[in-house]
Write a protein that binds this ligand. Structure first.
Ligand code: NAG
Ligand code: NAG
Ligand code: NAG
Length: 399
């Protein structure tokens, strides 16, 4: 690793900050990686190497889309570098971890090679797992290649026995969460189970119904069949003809969790309950056709918390429409209704109408327990960190 480039990188990224309730979070993004030049001490694998496991949705050019997409592989030796292609967003923040160590964070950029593991990392095992996740839905990376030490090897990481897909909007994307995608209930749920592969097909502002909502030209009943989301970045790459997502090319999901409708309900969009119902049924039928064996969980929409006289009142959305959807499929047995009412309280929602980090964790924890009781799934994340930097506690012993 070149000391000069490491220094420049650290200097360049020193301004990144997280402001929590007006206070600066100390060292919010530990783990910044230096940009390097590959030389003969490296062995490079192309982006289509079978050893690289792509998580979430990536298109045929190895460009990542939606929320918290990732890449995972095992490696031998003590060096790992990733080459990022031209479609990588400028300065995008990625989270990464080595085996079961804590998440670290690094800004990376287009047309560069970043070194994530070096001799100073102190890799202990002969073969180790490396995992990367993009933190923000609106940005992405294009993976060009992965390099390891010239005498080392890339190996395929074993996959977990189950596969989960979460379909949602900004709530599942973790918008306004501290680490965005990595602070979302969707991530905390799936990564929190600890023994499932997962894909978070979620994007802020998107409606369930196929209509223009905010900056999204199309709704989820259409967009779910495309590789990319419908954000500004996708518009730049694809215009109005995105690459199709062919479900049969990818591993089937065992469980699909849907949390959609908050945007359909909002002012300006105001989808009528009957139309919302029709779109919901359509999405469930599509998902069921794609993966006939999958269980599908409909999440009730927790809505808003209105202050009323001297208290707060939860106002959930589309309650009757969602129950009707559930009733329609109840007999078939593959659809479940997860009622979120009462999990969040008014102070679990931030001033921008999205769950706080604590709110996300509450939703995730209850959903995990629901899945355990309803489907008999076990919890397997029994040690390593899932949510980063939630270790805050009272260290004052004597009040
Ligand atoms: C790896 O990717 C980087 C970044 O896109 C590129 O500059 C480099 O030429 C690639 N190297 C090889 C050996 O493919
Ligand atoms: C690094 O990422 C963070 C989070 O997205 C961002 O606030 C910061 O501006 C980025 N830094 C650079 C230099 O791009
Ligand atoms: C989807 O993928 C399957 C399996 O690889 C293939 O048989 C099928 O032709 C593909 N469909 C389209 C429309 O590309």
């Amino acid at each position: 690793m070149q000391v000069a480039s490491l220094f420049a990188t650290l200097l360049g990224f020193a301004s990144a900050s997280i402001i929590q309730n007006g206070q600066l979070r100390e060292n919010p993004y530990p783990g910044q990686t230096p940009a390097i030049a590959l030389d003969e001490s490296w062995r490079t694998y192309a982006a289509d190497a079978v050893e690289i496991g792509y998580k979430g949705r990536w298109d045929s050019k190895h460009i990542s889309w939606w929320s918290a997409p990732g890449a995972k592989f095992d490696f031998t030796g003590n060096q790992v570098a990733l080459g990022f292609g031209p479609q990588t967003s400028e300065g995008v923040l990625v989270a990464y971890r080595i085996a079961g160590l804590d998440w670290e964070f690094s800004n990376v950029t287009a047309d560069s090679v970043h070194q994530f593991v070096g001799p100073e990392t102190g890799v202990a095992a002969e073969q180790t797992t490396f995992e990367l996740r993009v933190t923000n839905w609106a940005y992405g990376v294009q993976l060009n290649n992965v390099s390891v030490g010239v005498d080392a090897q890339l190996r395929k990481s074993p996959e977990f026995g189950k596969n989960v897909e979460i379909i949602g909007d900004s709530l599942a994307s973790g918008q306004y969460g501290t680490y965005e995608g990595l602070s979302s209930w969707a991530f905390a749920f799936a990564a929190g189970l600890g023994n499932v592969e997962y894909s978070i097909t979620a994007y802020p502002g998107i409606c369930l119904q196929d209509k223009e909502c905010y900056d999204n030209a199309r709704g989820m009943t259409y967009q779910w069949n495309q590789a990319s989301d419908c954000g500004a970045r996708a518009k730049k790459v694809y215009g109005t003809s995105p690459e199709k997502w062919n479900v049969s090319d990818h591993r089937a999901a065992d469980l699909v969790v849907i949390n959609l409708g908050t945007n359909d309900h909002r002012k300006g969009n105001e989808v009528a309950p009957e139309d919302f119902y029709d779109s919901y049924v359509k999405l469930i039928e599509e998902v069921h056709e794609a993966w006939p064996q999958a269980n599908i969980i409909i999440m009730s929409l927790w809505g808003t918390f209105d202050s009323k006289k001297d208290t707060y009142v939860q106002v959930p959305l589309y309650v009757r429409a969602l129950k009707r959807v559930f009733e329609r499929f109840r007999e078939s047995g593959f659809v479940h209704y997860f009622d979120t009412t009462g999990i969040l309280h008014h102070n679990d929602v931030n001033p921008k109408d999205h769950p706080t980090d604590v709110g996300h964790i509450k939703i995730a924890s209850h959903l995990m327990q629901f899945v355990k009781l309803r489907l008999g799934w076990e919890f397997a994340a029994s040690g390593p960190e899932v949510e980063h930097d939630t270790l805050y506690w009272n260290d004052e012993a004597g009040y």
